[in-house]
Design a binder for this molecule. Sequence first.
Ligand SMILES: Cc1cc2nc3c(=O)[nH]c(=O)nc-3n(C[C@H](O)[C@H](O)[C@H](O)COP(=O)(O)OP(=O)(O)OC[C@H]3O[C@@H](n4cnc5c(N)ncnc54)[C@H](O)[C@@H]3O)c2cc1C
Length: 371
Amino acid sequence: MNLSFWENRYINDADICIIGAGLVGMISAIELRRKYPKAKIVIAERGSIGSGASTKNAGFACFGSVGEIRDDIAHRSEEECIALISKRWNGLQRLRSLFKHASDIGLEFHGSYEVFTHEEEDLAKQLSSELEYYNALVKKAIGEEEVFTQRKNIFGFKVCNETIYNRLEGQLDVTKLIRSLHKICQEKDITIVHGFALSSYEEGSRIRLDFDHGLSLMTEQLVFATNAFTKQFFPQLDIVPYRNQLIMTEEIPNLSWKGTFHFKGGLGYFRNVGNRVLLGGRRDIDMENENTIDFGLTSPIQEHLESFMYETLGIDPDISIAHRWSGILAHGKSKSPIIKSISDRVHCAVRLGGMGIAIASNTAKELSELL
Ligand SMILES: Cc1cc2nc3c(=O)[nH]c(=O)nc-3n(C[C@H](O)[C@H](O)[C@H](O)COP(=O)(O)OP(=O)(O)OC[C@H]3O[C@@H](n4cnc5c(N)ncnc54)[C@H](O)[C@@H]3O)c2cc1C
């Protein structure tokens, strides 16, 4: 494959080339455009559509359930937890500010609920009795009072009667989010090319990028926004990829509830998408096989999700599962992303986990400060 003069002029000799067109790649490009109004910015994405997490996720606009915060506190200091919550909250506001209307990204607020299975009854009681503590912690992080309250399970789910309600969490429409980001990139003269899988790069007077299909491009600055897929280039980075599988029902006439729901300390989650139900996660059931960079659906997780959908949530067995998919996230010893310069001209903003929607925009802002 070789490029025509026109194609070459379109994508080659960039000032900044970003690898990966996920949330971080696209928002980084938008931040860099603010800083460098005249720069030639190109995003090279390997997939024909995103091939990571940003087009596969569940669309929770969340900053931490009580169960997740409790787990965080077990592994890090209270100050660190407050900083994490604050970062996610500010990140959500920053993300929202990229768009004119909340409807551009389908952002809706129906609150979120943490539900507990019957085996977790003791945990449910304990967390409910500690809400004052968690509310005080969240107040320190975001300045809001009484974020968590106890609510009865009025949904008919076969889980404990007590749920913990978070009045500030919301949900967005991932299709609209991606489409709106593409639109902004186009308006800001940011070029996105698909089907460009970077295989290697070499720093010389400029940086040469070699792609799987045999094309080479030159750039002055290089940014990796490749999240879980970054170890191929930088094996020294502490990045552990993991997979999440999801299922979604067909439309359910008269679905009686709306909102986002967390269970098992955030390892499982479900929500309404219009009048469908999306359910995903629970990699803990088969951790060994879910710690992978490969997309795919497996029987243990799929069967568990289906049984939760029909038996625990009580979805009518005549309603079928219309969509199944998986996505790949990243984690490491720290819950914060890795945002750093590898050399003077090569930088990365990677390792976004299960709250990447909340932290992508701050990550992109911090990345833009490196260039
Ligand atoms: C199933 C699932 C559910 C989730 N649910 C939520 C949620 O409800 N709320 C929330 O806040 N977060 C959620 N997340 C997490 C969130 O989606 C991610 O943290 C976020 O999208 C990460 O964005 P990113 O741009 O860093 O990575 P990605 O979206 O993974 O983007 C990286 C891109 O780099 C590309 N790439 C990789 N290697 C190369 C290469 N060599 N050459 C070219 N391109 C390359 C990939 O194809 C990919 O498109 C979920 C994730 C998954 C998988």
